[in-house]
Design a protein around this ligand. Structure first.
Ligand SMILES: Cc1ncc(COP(=O)(O)O)c(C=O)c1O
Length: 394
């Protein structure tokens, strides 16, 4: 399988990596516990080979519905646009007070102190820093089989062994199985909630209990890229664990509900000691531009826009799930801005035909089963997706 392209190679080859479209996902084999080693790593990433690989980069501008990167189809908030315009006037200045302003707002909401927060150009920078730091000198990173691969891939390249446990039958992280695998060799537990690509969530109480039990032994990295799609009242509030001094690292991004995938803004919430250890592996906070930061401050405060995006996403997601169920497909219940479902065609052929009809999606094979992951676009885009899907699957 040495000829297999990794996800990153594919993105690079297709020009998507440079375009910042790294919102892909990765399936590893499930049962029994999967151990990535240097040699099997490529094998484990083999499904990438069929993941839209035949969509050449010049297909992208021609897409009628771009449903492959979990972007916000509604764009950025009008308030953020206004802030961007104003920020252009001070583009010659380094940002100082702006960092403090945004951190202050986040800290108040999360119940932490500003020194528990580190800003970054998207959360990828935080993921990469954690991968490099925790993989130093080897050791194991414990996670689940069907999850986001960026941190894992980097950590593996830095010498860590990745152990990806099977998910529960509901496609959720199996927290009990993870706990049972904690050995002195484990350097980090990586969880994604809601998870990409399954869209599944862990109940807030279970997650909190897990972190309280595990974090005193092993740091827990919680990738919350899609957390804003939860109803605010139902969100796990794990900032309090950080405030209590637990070794929990929360990674957040503005790329999703705020629509900043291209503008690049994210942050980590962790203890000051942990942030200090991660910092040398980041590009530093000044990698965030003053324009993005000012737009971020506006967007962060614009709860109306966030509620609007969340509601529109839920509406289009329900429509899509109902339409697919009506066609006899079993959709994994999603709490995010994408959904995953098994298909009955080979991924390559499915992907090719969908792209040819102007609908960009992602596909994966997992345990011999082909799946489609479709990002949630506007209602019009989802209607196009269903229409295209019907034609392709016959
Ligand atoms: C689970 C998850 N984490 C992190 C990221 C990184 O996003 P960004 O670097 O745009 O913040 C993504 C992107 O899609 C993601 O799906």
């Amino acid at each position: 399988m040495s000829s297999t392209l990794s996800r990153r190679d594919w993105l690079r080859a297709s020009g998507l990596l440079t375009a910042g479209l790294t919102a892909s996902f990765h399936f590893a084999k499930a049962a029994p516990a999967t151990t990535y080693g240097q040699s099997v790593f490529v094998d484990e990433f083999a499904p990438i080979k069929t993941a839209g690989i035949d969509s050449p980069p010049d297909t992208m501008p021609k897409l009628r519905a771009r449903l492959l990167a979990n972007e916000n189809p509604l764009g950025i908030a009008p308030s953020a646009k206004e802030a961007l315009t104003k920020a252009a006037d001070i583009g010659n200045r380094y940002a100082w007070t702006e960092f403090a302003e945004l951190k202050g707002m986040i800290a108040t909401d999360e119940g932490v102190k500003p020194n528990n927060i580190m800003m970054s150009p998207g959360s990828s920078d935080i993921l990469m820093a954690a991968a490099t730091h925790f993989a130093k000198g080897g050791g194991t990173i414990l996670t689940s089989a069907m999850t986001y691969d960026d941190l894992l891939e980097r950590a593996q390249k830095q010498g860590a062994k990745i152990v990806a446990l099977p998910m529960t039958k509901e496609y959720k992280f199996d927290l009990a199985a993870i706990k049972a695998k904690l050995t002195p060799d484990v350097k980090l537990v990586y969880l994604v909630n809601p998870n990409n690509p399954t869209g599944t969530i862990l109940p807030a109480s279970e997650l909190e209990a897990f972190c309280r039990e595990v974090a005193p032994k092993v740091p827990v990295f919680l990738d919350e890229a899609y957390i804003d799609f939860y109803e605010p009242a139902e969100r796990p509030k794990l900032g309090k664990l950080v405030a209590e001094g637990h070794n929990v690292i929360l990674a957040r991004t503005f790329s999703k509900i705020h629509g900043f995938a291209g503008l690049r803004l994210g942050y980590a919430i962790a203890t000051p000691e942990t942030l200090k250890m991660l910092k040398p592996y980041t590009n530093g906070e000044f990698a965030v531009s003053i324009t993005t930061l000012m737009a971020g401050i506006a967007s962060y405060q614009d709860k109306d826009w966030q509620n609007h995006c969340r509601a529109e996403n839920a509406k289009a997601r329900d429509y899509t799930a109902k339409a697919l169920t009506g066609l006899g497909y079993e959709v994994i219940p999603s709490s995010a801005n994408f959904m995953l479902f098994p298909i009955r065609m080979k991924t390559k052929s499915f992907s090719e035909q969908m792209f040819a009809s102007g609908i960009g999606i992602q596909t994966r094979d997992f345990n011999g089963q082909p799946y489609c992951r479709v990002s949630i676009g506007t209602m019009d885009e989802m209607a196009m997706f269903i229409d295209g899907f019907k034609k392709v699957v016959g």
